[in-house]
Design a protein around this ligand. Structure first.
Ligand code: ADP
Length: 528
């Protein structure tokens, strides 16, 4: 069976003494057709085969087919065995199994990829074979280019942690999920996953229960309207690990507007989320330490403020003792003295409560706040320090009620920092100029503008650019962080912070915040 074909050429006439129909059929065939005898000699070559191998039939006839298909013999031997074993005597000819890919050789020595279909013509002794040849070199080139671009896409997706999918609505075509998407969800065996049904269900099943409604609503919006979805949510993979996903998708419709495909991209943004969260925590801690630091600067004033009611309490207590030592004192007199003690204790308690609520650590959280109200609260907080330094705090009333969406503690921190700086700048200012004016108004851009103006030593032009740099300070015990923290707080609120010279002397600091409607009542969980 494995005896080699005869390699010598034989001079035999063409096998074309067949009917003209067959001849026409052979020459019209798009694939090349050849007939080979039991020794591997070419007995017939169609016109398409001539073109493919760039040879004339007359030059090839009687020559061994290895001239055109160098591996044909090996191929035939390999498959003839299995063919002979499964031969069906009722059929006149039988294909040798699958089509085979091998190499073709042109007359100029150029090799090209071909696909062969080989069949034995039965009932003829010795055996003859029909060989169908198709030039697949271009298809192979395309396939390889496609494979390369798919491999590049998969690598890029793996690097960027992006997966994509296509869901088909025809009920027939199988949904597509890219390898990176499968990795993202940790779907192990593709077959196992398929049993779970449509890709949409598989994805939904992995969505964190708290985010599922969001995703389901987005999917149903997508199906009903021509919109794209752009959502972020959490998924839980099969190892119970949580990942943050940014999901973009859109539905593709046919000319009649019917949805035919849903295509989407999922980006695993877990690392970015964690980094954002850590950055946020860091910012919260810096902002918090800024507050602690301001309070440290105000410590002398606070001690003074608390000392006053304590001294008063001691004085009233002594007076009370004296009264009780007098046999002729009335209950009313004692009650009045105790009432004074209680009031002074509340006053001291209030100072401490304000300080504690200002300095406590909290996660930034915005809410609608009324601007003049926040100025009034600020004055209460800063009054202690201002009194101590003989500085007057004046609020210029606003003509209308202005609202901003902000974290009240952080805005107070900015204002307190500006007020503290103004107090420091007015150390040398003489009365009656030791006044700080606080004001809110609407600027030309429609934003709410806060102002803190003083009559201090002002800001020299050469340092004006430096003030907001972290650690820039002109004070002996300054940290140089107040303005830089204030600037990042205001930026995080969507506003800006700046200063100019106060006409008539001193400095003015301003910050703007987007104005919101007065009716706004809901809180937002945006983090700063
Ligand atoms: P610190 O108060 O610890 O110095 P800041 O960042 O709050 O840090 O301020 C930086 C510098 O800006 C101050 O040292 C001071 O020189 C200047 N500065 C801030 N506010 C005023 C003001 N109202 N008048 C004059 N100089 C000011």
């Amino acid at each position: 069976m494995n005896a080699p074909f005869d390699q010598t050429a034989v001079t035999q006439g063409p096998l074309r003494q067949v009917q003209p129909e067959l001849e026409t059929l052979l020459d019209a065939a798009i694939d090349g057709v050849m007939i080979v005898d039991h020794k591997g000699r070419v007995r017939l070559m169609s016109h398409a085969a001539e073109l493919m191998f760039d040879r004339q039939e007359t030059d090839v006839l009687g020559h061994n087919i290895s001239l055109l298909l160098p591996d044909f013999e090996t191929l035939l031997h390999r498959h003839v065995i299995s063919f002979e074993l499964s031969i069906n005597p009722l059929r006149r000819s039988r294909s040798l199994g699958q089509h085979h890919e091998t190499i073709g050789l042109r007359s100029d020595g150029v090799r090209f990829e071909v696909e062969l279909g080989v069949g034995t013509i039965r009932g003829i002794e010795p055996a003859r074979y029909v060989v169908f040849v198709r030039d697949i070199s271009e298809r192979k080139l395309r396939d390889r280019a496609l494979q390369r671009s798919e491999a590049a896409l998969h690598t890029a997706q793996a690097l960027a942690n992006i997966g994509n999918y296509v869901i088909y609505y025809d009920g027939v075509t199988e949904d597509y999920a890219s390898p990176q998407l499968i990795r993202m969800f940790d779907w192990i065996a593709a077959d196992e996953d398929r049993r779970l049904g449509k890709l949409t269900n598989r994805m939904l099943a992995a969505v964190h229960p708290a985010d599922r409604t969001l995703v389901m609503n987005a999917f149903s919006d997508l199906d009903s309207e021509a919109v794209t979805i752009d959502i972020s949510y959490r998924i839980i993979n099969t190892k119970s690990e949580i990942s943050y996903i940014h999901h973009l998708a859109q539905v593709i419709r046919n000319v009649h507007g019917r949805a035919i495909q849903h295509v989407g991209t999922l980006h695993d943004i877990t690392e970015r989320k964690l980094a954002d969260y850590e950055l946020q925590q860091m910012q919260n801690r810096i902002t918090h330490s800024g507050r602690v630091s301001i309070l440290g600067e105000m410590a002398t004033g606070i001690a003074h403020e608390v000392n006053q009611p304590l001294t008063a309490i001691a004085t009233y207590a002594k007076a009370c003792l004296r009264l009780m030592g007098n046999n002729d004192c009335t209950t009313e007199e004692i009650n009045a003295t105790l009432e004074q003690i209680a009031q002074q204790a509340l006053r001291a308690g209030e100072v401490i409560r304000r300080m504690r609520s200002f300095v406590r650590y909290h996660e930034a959280n915005t809410e609608p706040i009324e601007c003049e109200h926040i100025l009034k609260e600020l004055v209460q907080l800063a009054q202690t320090d201002a009194h101590y330094h003989a500085v007057q705090l004046v609020i210029e009333p606003s003509t209308e009620t202005l609202m901003v969406q902000a974290d009240p503690v952080q805005i107070q921190q900015v204002l307190l920092n500006l007020v503290r700086n103004s107090i420091d700048a007015m150390q040398e200012t003489v009365d009656p100029n030791r006044v700080i004016v606080l004001r809110t108004c609407v600027n030309d851009a429609g934003e709410v503008e806060f102002m803190v103006a003083d009559r201090g030593h002002g800001i020299r032009a050469e340092i004006a650019q430096e003030l907001f740099n972290p650690f820039y300070t002109t004070k002996l015990s300054g940290t140089g962080l107040g303005l830089s923290i204030s600037q990042s707080i205001i930026r995080a609120h969507g506003g800006k912070l700046w200063h100019d010279a106060n006409p008539g002397g001193g400095a003015r600091f301003f910050f703007s915040l987007p104005r919101v409607g007065n009716a706004l009542t809901s809180t937002s969980n945006k983090r700063y």
